[in-house]
Write a protein of this length. Structure first.
Lengths: 233, 233
DNA sequence: TTAACCAATTTGGTTGACCAATTATAAACT
DNA sequence: AGTTTATAATTGGTCAACCAAATTGGTTAA
């Protein structure tokens, strides 16, 4: 039987969620409306019974999801979003699960498929050169029989850059490393031989060079065929 | 003529970028290899001439993009990604522009189009019910002539949830509020009358209900026709 | 009455000191 | 000599005090 001497003590992580829950209740109870200025950090930390640093972390998280907006030395304001949406989004944030590998891969496929399509239309000469450079580096490393996973990653990052869509590029930057690190453990790559992979890369490069978005999309789908299969299982 | 008495003083934002640049140089010069443990925060802050809090913020940013991994009370470690990729990603992070509105909308279209397609296949009965509930709320608010932008947003968030892809759902949560707030200023919505919008929503709901992914995709494209046009301009 | 200015207060941002968990080191016992 | 245990040093995490910018309210001069 646990004595549980300190029932009020929570881990910092839980404290952050507690703060978000409390702020959510304030909004639900209409004590805090969209557009309103939040009470000062000191006031809220005292009101919620947490330290100011923990409260700041909670607000930082809310700001990351765009639910509040901070103005330095001035105050923090609730975003001008409807109460229902605010409520739902906060519930989502509170229940956020750590992303599963399959969702990561699936999302990567979606984003990169669109990225190469856009790249074929929008790429600058400079970006095309960067892609070709990365492609050559991949070839040189690969023909020596060495593992060229680094060069492969770099090649795909350059594809995302050439989409000329800053959001796609950012999102790819966020989800790619997580995929790479899990890749090593899940052993999904190195199924085919390197010469096939080189040719698949070359097809993508050519399509982008020729400003052919449909061909670029098709070439990428072929290249990612294994990944597509994986997502269906 | 400016006297510039404190040439070394930078804004905190710039200090963070300075720290990332310095860490990047360490990696380029092979003084820090993938998988290595970084020097302690105190050591690095002294070495770089910044306060520990600023250094922590820089490392927090690197961790967000998956370039380093923190283990509490133990140390911070460089992710096991190739040097070339690390270098390129850090350069990307340093040059990250604040996302432009068109990229945001374009990415939202990509993600939500795929989300409804997946939702039509994977949605649970509970998720379908949530979507229908949000749809009815939208109708009830809309037929009174009131602005139902909140209910509309909620409806679309439920669609993303029903995709059963945690990453898509998270990304939608991140980019949606930013779009909404800019929507008000850019005045892209309220072009069509509410009865048309209700029917478009209804078509999406029906397609998801009937587990028809292609129809769901098509219905959403019709609904987002104005947005597609906007992205092409 | 109005506008401009100034001081006091409030704000988020920043810092150096402290904390507990972890790890490295060395001593001690078998 | 090898293993275990005790101890000291190092680590990232946390906190309360401090800082400068921004706001606010009142006062004064036009």
């Amino acid at each position: 039987m646990k004595t549980n001497l300190k029932p009020e003590s929570l881990s910092p992580r839980d404290e952050i969620e507690t703060v978000i829950s409390k702020i959510r209740e304030l909004i639900i109870n209409r004590q805090l409306e969209p557009g309103d200025k939040l009470p000062s950090e000191r006031t809220l930390s005292e009101k919620f019974g947490v330290s100011r640093s923990q409260l700041r972390l909670a607000i930082q998280k809310l700001e990351f999801y765009g639910l509040v907006k901070k103005y330095p030395k001035s105050g923090t304001f609730v975003s001008k979003i409807g109460v229902g949406a605010l409520n739902s989004m906060m519930a989502n944030i509170l229940h956020l699960q750590t992303p599963d590998f399959k969702s990561l891969v699936e999302t990567r496929l979606i984003l990169e498929t669109k990225a190469v399509k856009l790249a074929a239309v929008r790429r600058t000469e400079q970006q095309l050169y960067q892609i070709e450079l990365a492609h050559e580096a991949y070839i040189n490393k690969s023909i020596n029989g060495e593992n060229a996973i680094d060069e492969d990653l770099l090649f795909h990052l350059k594809l995302a850059e050439a989409s000329c869509n800053s959001v796609i590029n950012s999102l790819m930057l966020v989800i790619t490393p997580e995929i790479i690190t899990n890749f090593v453990t899940n052993k999904i790559c190195d199924k085919t031989n390197f010469s096939t992979l080189i040719k698949e890369h070359q097809d993508i490069v050519n399509a982008i060079k020729n400003n052919d978005p449909d061909q670029a999309t098709e070439s990428l789908k072929i290249h990612f065929n294994d990944l597509y299969q994986y997502c269906r299982t």
